[in-house]
Design a protein around this ligand. Structure first.
Ligand code: KG4
Ligand code: ZN
Length: 343
């Protein structure tokens, strides 16, 4: 079966065609990042994002169809992100997908963006990842640790109460005048500094919950930089960046560690834009060896937003819940979306 994936929840417009069933592979994918449009504002501007999605949709769709050599009638399912995300951006992709579905009578499924990130390691390790599993989704908009008993039987172990990990990285880089998005920029600078020079308090929730909190990191880094006059003109900045990354990655691993105290699992997965981070990947590999639990990370192109993970997730929902209504008339977009419903 061929599945068309459509992703437009934030600042990437992406289309993908995958094959699932006997064959399980990505056939073609197209992605257009809006980073250059948002760079000068130091973050994503929602109205610009929506307009840009609208401008490139048709061209990208034509691109995947042409390169795949398929006809639109060969597509057996359209899988589209319908939340969480920027509402205008989501609506552009969703409306386009609903139009296609209605015109060509193709079933459509709306998928949760966070769950499709959690699904992304399966694109390369479909037959290796075993349940139950602990899965961390760590990106610019989300930081959520899940315990999956099976793909659709899961619970949230920890979620962020304030900023997401990538968001704090982006804010720190912006404050230091390093550009946008900050995650990849800080990643490249890590090696230049001393990761032990500055100490940060690892956040702890006062109510004893397992949730994450990252806003304290942001305040601590910004205060330190301001009070000690650290900026991109002096070498201390590299020590501050390395120390910050060292502490944040320790914190993420600490939360996985405490998740493992609560749940016995056969695999660990970490996905989302921040899972591209070199230091985090390195520490996770050491941690997985120590715990003797296999670790699966997405291929680097499937860490950040993409449509292949959306198509992959949609197929899983469609296969598992064949009796749901995959008609298109009441599928809606949600800026915030809980994990209870797939469509
Ligand atoms: O998954 P994603 O594309 O979008 C969301 O769903 O949020 O993640 C984007 C985030 C940004 O905050 C970006 O700075 C971060 O992922 N990111 C990284 C790296 N590459 C992207 N963070 C740390 N290290 C990286 N190499
Ligand atoms: Zn994302």
């Amino acid at each position: 079966m061929f599945i068309l994936g459509v992703e437009s929840s934030c600042d990437e417009t992406a289309f993908s065609i995958i094959e699932r069933g006997k064959e399980n592979s990505v056939i073609v994918e197209e992605i257009k990042s809006q980073i250059d449009l948002h760079k000068k504002f130091g973050g994503v501007v929602p109205e610009i994002a929506s307009r840009s999605h609208y401008e490139v949709l048709t061209e990208l769709m034509n691109g995947v169809m042409k390169r795949s050599g398929l006809n639109i009638n060969d597509i057996g399912l359209i899988s589209v992100t319908n939340g969480p995300g920027l509402i205008g951006s989501l609506l552009i992709g969703l409306s386009f997908a609903k139009g296609l579905s209605y015109s060509y009578k193709i079933p459509i499924i709306g998928v949760n963006h966070i769950l499709s990130h959690a699904e992304s390691p399966f694109i390369t390790d479909l037959n290796n990842i075993k349940y139950p599993l602990l899965s961390l989704v760590v990106s610019g908009g989300h930081t959520t640790l899940f315990h999956f008993r099976t793909k659709f039987d899961f619970e949230v172990v920890s979620a962020t109460r304030d900023d997401a990990t990538g968001e704090v990285m982006d804010k720190v880089a912006k404050f230091l005048g390093l550009g946008y998005p900050g995650g990849p920029i800080l990643d490249k600078l890590y090696e230049k500094g001393d990761p032990e020079r500055f100490q940060f308090t690892i956040p702890k929730m006062s109510d004893g919950s397992d949730d994450f909190s990252f806003s304290g990191y942001k305040t601590a880094v910004l205060r330190r930089a301001a009070s000690e006059g650290i900026n991109k003109k002096n070498k201390d900045m590299y020590d501050l960046i390395s120390s910050f990354l060292n502490s944040v990655t320790d914190y993420l691993i600490l939360k996985i560690r405490s998740g493992l105290d609560r749940f016995e699992v056969k695999s660990i997965t970490v996905a989302g834009g921040v899972s591209k981070n070199s230091l985090l990947r390195k520490k996770l590999r050491v941690f997985s060896k120590e715990k003797k639990i296999p670790l699966y990370l997405p291929d680097s192109k499937y860490c950040t937003d993409n449509a292949s993970m959306v198509a992959w997730m949609g197929y899983e929902g469609f296969k598992t819940f064949p009796d749901n209504d995959y008609g298109n008339l009441y599928l809606d977009a949600y800026a915030r979306k809980d994990f209870n419903t797939l469509i």
